[in-house]
Design a protein around this ligand. Structure first.
Ligand SMILES: *Cc1c(COP(=O)(O)O)cnc(C)c1O
Length: 392
């Protein structure tokens, strides 16, 4: 049964926006695998005409997404970048987006290479200091694009401080909440106009689906996004909507366990004398630890670290010798992943620029999953030991 508005997070994950199927009473929303719907007579139907416009499985997911982000409207798209593409279509040529300078690579590419030629300008700035953001806002700035924690450096920006600046200047604020998930932070409650997800990551949670979502409290923005969803057509299929709905039912359990595992992994890294720097917002000496503590329920399950022997070869030895940490892009699934940003996700960023933000040649990124942490610890310790062996 649908969750009450005041229900807590886990209850929202499981019940938010959900109703037994009106036809059969099926407790789980069926996969309505249909492209069209029979009409009784021209102009008379049950609210469904064509599946690009509406599908009951998608409706159930959208209502659930709204509930878990404490919004009123959820709009889902065929990928995270398709969601972003539609959000950017809210702008006009001549408008400017101010985005964080440590941004998901695909978001950077969409802003610069796709929307740039259509006359939408983007500038990339350090958002860690709110005063810097305020200073950079120009007459053309129409949107703040915020990501926190960032990838792969795990920087934290103060959502409440930035959305307050945006609101005072009449600028739309968007938070890409992919890395945190709504279990850890709910940007709409901190003043954001729009929250965006790559549902491919924590929301789906099982590395078996690609999807994106936008959530808002604004009826006006929702109306424009539903219009674009139908008019531009980047909609997810009903099977994928079902998978994400199913994934969200355990979101709170998965993220909670992943955060606990991550804390243990950080301890292992701290005690290993091959490791140089550890990037994880839960560390007391993380430069924005206090902001993370204020706006997040826990510190997430993404960890980056680099090696004292700062070479690709040393990092490769670690990545080649893990058994449970699979070498792969993406994040947020039940299984642990290991990746090398310099050669994988951030290969297109010039080396000097990479180094200037701390993204060294040996930087390794972990997406900690929900396996037994003892096995993950052993796995990582063995891989690090193998890296020493190879050097000797
Ligand atoms: C993966 C990701 C995206 C893009 O989502 P897709 O579903 O891959 O299109 C956007 N932002 C962040 C932070 C991501 O990690």
């Amino acid at each position: 049964m649908s969750a009450k508005k005041d229900a807590n997070f886990a209850t929202q994950c499981i019940h938010g926006g959900q109703h037994p199927d009106p036809l059969t009473g099926a407790v789980m929303t069926p996969i309505y695998q249909t492209s069209t719907y029979a009409q009784e007579e021209p102009g008379k139907n049950k609210g469904y005409e064509y599946a690009r416009t509406r599908n009951p499985t998608r409706d159930a997911l959208q209502a659930n997404l709204a509930a878990i982000e404490k919004g009123d409207f959820g709009v889902c798209f065929s990928s995270g970048l398709a969601a972003m593409d539609n959000v950017l279509k809210l702008l006009q040529p001549g408008d400017e987006v101010l985005a964080s300078d440590d941004l998901y690579g695909g978001s950077y590419r969409l802003l610069t290479a796709v929307f740039g030629p259509f006359g939408i300008k983007s500038r990339f700035i350090d958002m860690r200091d709110p005063a810097n953001v305020e200073k950079e806002i120009s007459a053309e700035t129409k949107m703040l694009w915020i990501e926190t924690p960032t990838n792969p450096m795990l920087n934290i920006v103060d959502i409440e401080a930035l959305t307050a600046i945006a609101t005072s200047k009449g600028i739309m604020s968007v938070v890409d909440n992919t890395f945190a998930s709504p279990y850890l932070q709910q940007p709409l409650t901190l003043g954001a106009d729009l929250v965006l997800h790559s549902a491919t990551k924590y929301l789906g949670g099982h590395s078996d689906v690609v999807m994106g979502a936008v959530i808002t409290r604004s009826a006006d923005l929702a109306k424009r996004l539903y219009y674009l969803q139908n008019a531009a057509g980047a909609v997810p299929g009903p099977q994928d909507c079902f998978l994400v709905l199913r994934g969200i039912k355990t979101l709170h359990l998965r993220v909670q366990r992943a955060c606990e595992n991550a804390r243990e992994i950080v301890k292992v890294l701290q005690n290993n004398n091959l490791v140089a720097n550890i990037y994880y917002p839960g560390l007391q000496d993380h430069p924005r630890h206090d902001v993370a503590k204020k706006q997040m329920r826990d510190f997430g399950a993404m960890i980056s670290f680099d090696l004292k022997e700062d070479t690709l070869e040393a990092a490769t030895q670690v990545m080649k010798n893990t058994h449970y940490f699979t070498l792969a892009e993406s994040l947020g699934g039940v299984e642990s992943l290991i990746g090398h940003p310099a050669s994988m996700t951030h290969a297109s960023v010039p080396r000097e620029q990479r180094l200037s933000v701390g993204l060294t040649d040996s930087l390794i990124r972990l997406s900690v999953g929900v396996e037994d942490v003892e096995d993950l610890v052993k796995d990582l310790e063995m891989a690090l030991a193998a890296a020493v062996g190879a050097k000797a």
